[in-house]
Design a protein around this ligand. Structure first.
Ligand code: FAD
Length: 338
């Protein structure tokens, strides 16, 4: 089924979310698509707990709280989110309307496209284990969304960065067992958390397979029974496991965005600074993916670009109608109807 909207926003990072609000304030309805299974872009995927200090009027706010607030700010405008799918194709024009297709075959017709795709679509770095895809979302997870779902499970955590260390510390007292695998005895996480983890290992409270590498998964095809680990001398160990959490980071791929005929500058989309317009009328780019002279890659810069894009898009969405500028204090926030 083809769905219709005023604006399709590619990317549900902080800047894409704020674009929903800016568009909504001008009476425009948005659909938002993201490759990840959750909104929030880099903030939620890479550093949800970290405090951000340079969001205006927030002396300190965690990255996830910022996303939660942006979601709440956009909510009156009832955006439709299409998650876990990548936009793979766009066609059409501002005159006739754009068509957009995703990897899950969602089809959208829209008048304007705003690309807020950051460094590109995020996906997990997968460990090189054959058939791992079959276990994904059953017993292999690349992020933890509901900690309680892991209660009383035998959990194997692989990786040496903040996510691996933080989740091992977070889960060991609710899980049946937690085992940590890392290929070398050097962790890239915050030193104090690594110390806490080493203490748990030396007290025998968690399994410690360092150095060790993931070699194989055993199970019924979707549910794991054992994780097989190879040590430095090529010995294999079979660890009883219900859940594997490989935390090897996320890879971002510009992917199909590169093929849409937009003027690019080293994997970024060139835009006109005052409007966020690209070289294709009706397509805008904002946030980390947009570039112009002296661009600052900051969330606050992206917010201003979102406002500029929404104001410029108004004339396309409303067929040349002049925009009567009003402050939010005058206008208030009233819902947009489909
Ligand atoms: P992103 O947050 O990158 O989101 C883009 C989204 O688009 C992603 O979710 C991606 O999956 C999706 N996407 C891309 N292509 C497609 C496609 N084809 N189909 C579907 N979805 C797609 N900035 C600050 O201002 N202050 C800070 O203190 C700060 N600290 C940081 C700390 C760390 C550790 C990191 C990594 C970054 C930090 N940043 C900070 C930078 C900030 O996070 C980025 O500037 C911001 O996330 C950019 O937002 P965005 O919405 O443009 O893109």
């Amino acid at each position: 089924m083809i769905q219709h909207t005023d604006i399709a926003i590619i990317g549900a990072g902080p800047v894409g979310l704020f674009a929903v609000f800016e568009a909504g304030m001008l009476g425009m309805k948005c659909h938002v698509i993201d490759a990840l299974d959750h909104i929030g872009g880099q903030c939620s995927a890479l550093y949800p707990e970290k405090p951000i200090y340079d969001i205006p009027a927030h002396p300190k706010i965690s990255a996830q709280d910022l996303i939660d607030n942006l979601e709440q700010q956009a909510a009156p405008f009832s955006p439709t989110y299409h998650l876990s799918q990548q936009v793979i194709e766009i066609s059409g024009s501002a005159e006739e309307g754009f068509q957009l297709k995703t990897s899950k075959d969602t089809q959208l017709n829209c008048k304007v496209i705003i690309i807020a795709a950051g460094p590109g679509a995020f996906g997990p770095n997968r460990p090189p284990i054959k058939n791992i895809q079959n276990f994904e979302n059953h017993s292999v997870f690349y992020s933890v969304r509901h900690k309680e779902a892991l209660r009383d499970k035998n959990i194997v955590i692989a990786g040496g960065g903040d996510s691996a260390v933080d989740w091992a510390l977070e889960l060991y007292d609710i899980a049946k067992s937690v085992s940590v695998i890392h290929r070398r005895d050097h962790f890239r996480a915050a030193p104090d958390t690594v110390e806490k983890l080493r203490k748990l290992a030396s007290d025998g409270k968690i399994g410690w397979y360092v150095p060790g590498q993931l070699a194989d998964l055993e199970g019924d095809g979707t549910n794991i029974s054992h994780v097989v680990i190879r040590d430095d001398e090529n010995n294999l160990k079979h660890i009883k496991a219900d859940i594997l959490l490989p935390f090897f980071g996320l890879a971002a791929k510009l992917g199909p965005v590169a093929d849409w005929g937009l003027n690019l500058d080293r994997n970024h989309i060139q835009t006109e600074i005052s409007t966020s317009a690209t070289n294709i009328p009706g397509i805008y780019a904002i946030g980390d993916i947009a570039t112009y002279a002296n661009k600052l890659k900051l969330i606050l810069t992206g917010f201003a670009e979102a406002a500029a894009a929404a104001h410029d898009a108004y004339k396309i969405v409303f067929d040349g109608k002049a925009l009567h500028f009003e402050y939010s204090t005058t206008k208030g926030v009233s819902p947009v109807h489909a």
